[in-house]
Design a protein around this ligand. Sequence first.
Ligand SMILES: Nc1ncnc2c1ncn2[C@@H]1O[C@H](COP(=O)(O)OP(=O)(O)OP(=O)(O)O)[C@@H](O)[C@H]1O
Length: 233
Amino acid sequence: MAFIEVKNLYKRYDMGETVIMANDNLNFEIERGEFALIIGPSGAGKSTFLNILGGMDRASDGSILIDGKDITKLNERELTTYRRYDMGFVFQFYNLMPNLTALENVELATQIVKDAKDPKKVLEDVGLKDRMDNFPSQLSGGEQQRVSIARAIAKNPKLLMCDEPTGALDYKTGKQILSLLKDLSRSTNTTVIVITHNKAIAPAADRVIEIADSKIRNVTLNKNPESIDNIEW
Ligand SMILES: Nc1ncnc2c1ncn2[C@@H]1O[C@H](COP(=O)(O)OP(=O)(O)OP(=O)(O)O)[C@@H](O)[C@H]1O
């Protein structure tokens, strides 16, 4: 059994007269520790899927097994626990607390879980050893994204979900952040899922899931993924 199994997953938005089918019978798997991409154009249904996988929204039909547990069957309380302990989130716009330092932002996240990692060690791991006491406004975009990755990873999540994590960053910084995410998946065996428009990154991933018009168009496995450093776009 794969670590993540998406089976016959549907999400419909009932808009009165019309129904919008945002996820239309998705079926795919992701193995533990993979660096996986979900790629597709705007409106394809990527965020809809991520919201369901992340426990922020509910499927209309179908199931998502994570480590054998069907998260579509969880009640509200169980979903809160799932979001808190099992999930790490990284978004395009970092969402850091502006009045807390980098270290305090990470510490805050670790306070709500049981088996958290040492916030200082995690900040060191993402290359911010010397910036822990800075506030977000004193950090570059790339550094702020590193803090948000540290904050997500410090919770020791089963799964790290990243929605357009390089969307607000320049080319070089975006590459560094993607390399960091891929390295983390390797060094911690955390499953990392990145949602992106950027098809050029595909050769660097272990698995590429292409979505278009609410459906899965293609799933590709790369046995020997490229280093992100070797990819140009
Ligand atoms: N809460 C909602 N109510 C109604 N329709 C929605 C809702 N959320 C998303 N949709 C619709 O579902 C479809 C898929 O949207 P979604 O945001 O998942 O796409 P996406 O691939 O993430 O796009 P983008 O890359 O632009 O974020 C779109 O047609 C969108 O308008």
